[in-house]
Design a protein around this ligand. Sequence first.
Ligand SMILES: NC(=O)c1ccc[n+]([C@@H]2O[C@H](COP(=O)([O-])OP(=O)(O)OC[C@H]3O[C@@H](n4cnc5c(N)ncnc54)[C@H](OP(=O)(O)O)[C@@H]3O)[C@@H](O)[C@H]2O)c1
Length: 303
Amino acid sequence: MKALVTGATGLIGQQLIAHLDEPVVVGRSLDRIRKLLGDVQAYPWPSPTTEPPPLEAFEDVDVIFHLAGEPIANGRWTRDKKIRIEKSRIEGTRNLIHAVRCVAKNPCSLISASAIGIYGSQGNNMLTETSAPRHDFLSDLCQKWETEARIANQYGIRVVTPRIGIVLDNRGGALKRMLLPFKLGLGGRLGSGSQWMSWIHIDDLVALLLHMATSDFEGPINAVSPQPVTNREFTQCLAKTLGRPAILPTPKFALQNLFGEFSSVLLNSQRVSSTLAENYGFRFQFDQLDNALNDLLLPKTTQ
Ligand SMILES: NC(=O)c1ccc[n+]([C@@H]2O[C@H](COP(=O)([O-])OP(=O)(O)OC[C@H]3O[C@@H](n4cnc5c(N)ncnc54)[C@H](OP(=O)(O)O)[C@@H]3O)[C@@H](O)[C@H]2O)c1
């Protein structure tokens, strides 16, 4: 399977690339690609919002993994940041599909990232792929993003939009950012702690993306573990794994003052079901949070 990857230098892309036999990468900087991914076949896509990637990158490609997008969870959403978040996904996806239309032989499948942010905040409701979304910035963004990806259907391409949960990886993302305060004994629940967090271990996410690439599944699919937990439970489990206390809650108003609208990412409640992925034959290696955190955070010999 020859696979083209966008956003390959990111948290998920770097791990995915390591599992692909014949990866082709398009990205904004060849230097960065070389530095992070070594000697991979790579093509420049310097401005994803204004131009399609080079057509020669698509030669004999069977599947595209589309992961590129301005980072969402790295701080305050200023007006400019929100424009970058949206344009990089909507126009980036449009330009990618524009290239696909122009190549002689279409790839068969497009696996185009989406996020559980599509559901908005829905309390204790168990959310499946057919649940109606609630409206906020991320939800509207993800709906437009998925709609843009689905346009590839018109060119005979199978489209999968994995709605990715909170990816747990000790090399980056949400978990790495949480580690320092917890290690200092300054960790604690966020807001009331009753909001649901739907997480997935990076190894399971990569395996699920590969599973989707070789299956005949089409449409949105939740990429989350079978065991969502409340923020309170997550906090306790992380503190226990690290052997540190978690006694300093951060109140909702402090998060809102600190992060503005981005605080919704930390406070929204998303209890998301993995049933569809399991019904499609996917088996999770890490279905319990304590196992996932032990694997990521403890030295392998003491497990
Ligand atoms: N990590 C999570 O917890 C999570 C959860 C839900 C959904 N997702 C989604 O899954 C995708 C991959 O996630 P990730 O965590 O691997 O992301 P990431 O680490 O932030 O990397 C995304 C990649 O996108 C490219 N990129 C960055 N800014 C861009 C911009 N302004 N315009 C175009 N491309 C840009 C970069 O690749 P190049 O510089 O090589 O082009 C970057 O390495 C993202 O779309 C993300 O929203 C992630």
